[in-house]
Structures are given as C-alpha cells and as structure tokens.
Ligand binder design. Structure first.
Ligand SMILES: O=C(CO)COP(=O)(O)O
Length: 232
C-alpha cells in the first residue's frame, strides 16, 4: 500500500457485484492511474477474481474466515482470496466483527501469504493493542457515524487526533479513518489531522456519479499532502 490511500468498501450494495461492480472498479482504477493516488477496492469475495484480472489497483476482500484448510463448509480463507487475486483483506469490520484471536490469526497467515491487512476498530483506544498484532494499517471508524453522511472528521475530529497520537507508538503502523466521509473536504481534513488515508462506502456506492465523488476525494487528499509538504 502507498499513502495517502483511499479504501472504497463495496459492502453488499446493489452495485457491489456483477457487471456494475466491474465497471465501477474500472472507473476507480482510471482515477487512481490518472491521479497517482493509491485507491483500494474492498469487494465481495465472489468478485475478487473477476475484478483483479481487469484492474491495476489493489483488490481486497472485506472479510476472511480464520479457519484452517479442511472441513469448514462455506468458509473463505486467506489462501482462497490470495489465489483469487486479492492483494489483502479488511479484518474485523464493524459489520463483520471477529474475535481478537481470529484477528491475530488472519494477520499472521496473511503476512505469510504476502497479503496485506487493514484491521478495523471502533475507537482510538484500540489502535495500540490491535496495532501491536502487526497489521499493515488500522481503520478507525465510529460505528454510529457509518452510513450517515456525517463524517468523523466533522463530527468527531478528536477521534482522529487521538488515533494519530496512538499510531505513532507502533512502528510502521498506518492510520486510516472513516465513517460518514462524503466530500473532498472530509478527506482533506482527515489527512490534515494526520491520518494516512480514509475508508468510505456509501458516498461512493450510493452516488449516481461515483467516479466524480472519487475524483473529489483524490483532490482533497492531494491538497492535504501538498500543504503538509509546503508546511501551510
Ligand atoms: O464502513 C465504512 C467503510 O468501511 C464507512 O461506511 P460509510 O462511508 O458508508 O460511512
């Protein structure tokens, strides 16, 4: 992963699968290539193979099951998503919580397989304890703001500033923030406050013009980074 980063979580929206998801991924891929900003799409596991063959951006799973290979009907393991073409996986999303020992197992197995992990948490207090398990990034999302259009950067900026302080205690760990992110300004503010990127779902998935939204996000990220470089 490169930073700043935008993580677009397709969840199970009506355009998260099939031809619509493929076209959406291609349009996001185009924005990423034109802008040079890293964008990851987290797609349903049934779509990993089809999308990863067609785009150059990293394709992530939204979840994997922490079960060993063997008799586990319905399980999707880290090995399976790797073979399908995934570059990594989200872990412990607030809509798909798992136990701490499962988070640990998925991080370790993924690392062995060359998969990246982004572990979601619901509060900044978990950044250090979960960060010490060794994921590539932590995604902090207050669950009460998810899907509301009210962004964490506007409603709860202290979540970001506290998480920024925490993430510095874990060497190499990157901080992504999300919940309610809707505008380029939300992305700008999140990165200005010190996050390495943002996670988003509904603002893109429910938009009539998703690539316009993604382009706005990219502009917000670029503005924040250039101001950081110039110190303004
Ligand atoms: O859960 C999220 C991303 O993983 C955030 O969802 P919304 O962007 O819809 O608030």
């Amino acid at each position: 992963m490169k930073f700043p980063i935008l993580i677009i979580n397709f969840k199970a929206y009506e355009n998260s699968y099939g031809e619509k998801a493929l076209q959406l991924s291609k349009s996001i891929d185009k924005v990423a290539r034109e802008s040079g900003i890293e964008i990851v799409v987290a797609v349903p596991s049934t779509m990993i193979h089809r999308i990863s063959k067609e785009v150059s951006i990293p394709v992530f799973a939204q979840h994997v099951d922490a079960v060993p290979e063997g008799a586990h009907t319905g399980a999707v393991t880290p090995e399976m998503i790797k073979e399908a073409g995934a570059a990594g996986t989200l872990v412990n999303h607030s809509e798909r919580r798992v136990r701490a020992d499962e988070i640990d197992d998925v991080i370790k197995r993924s690392r062995r397989l060359g998969l990246e992990t982004i572990v979601c948490v619901d509060r900044y207090e978990l950044v250090v304890p979960i960060g010490l398990l060794g994921p590539d990034a932590i995604l902090v999302e207050p669950p009460e703001l998810i899907g509301t259009g009210v962004s964490v950067s506007r409603a709860r900026p202290e979540v970001i500033t506290n998480a920024v302080e925490m993430v510095q205690k874990v060497k190499g760990l990157k901080l992504i923030v999300g919940a309610g992110i809707s505008t380029g300004d939300d992305v700008y503010t999140s990165i200005k406050l010190g996050a390495h990127g943002i996670g988003v779902a509904s603002a893109v998935m429910k938009s009539k013009d998703p690539s316009k939204v993604v382009r706005e996000f990219v502009e917000g990220a670029k503005r924040a980074v250039s101001e950081r470089i110039t110190g303004t």
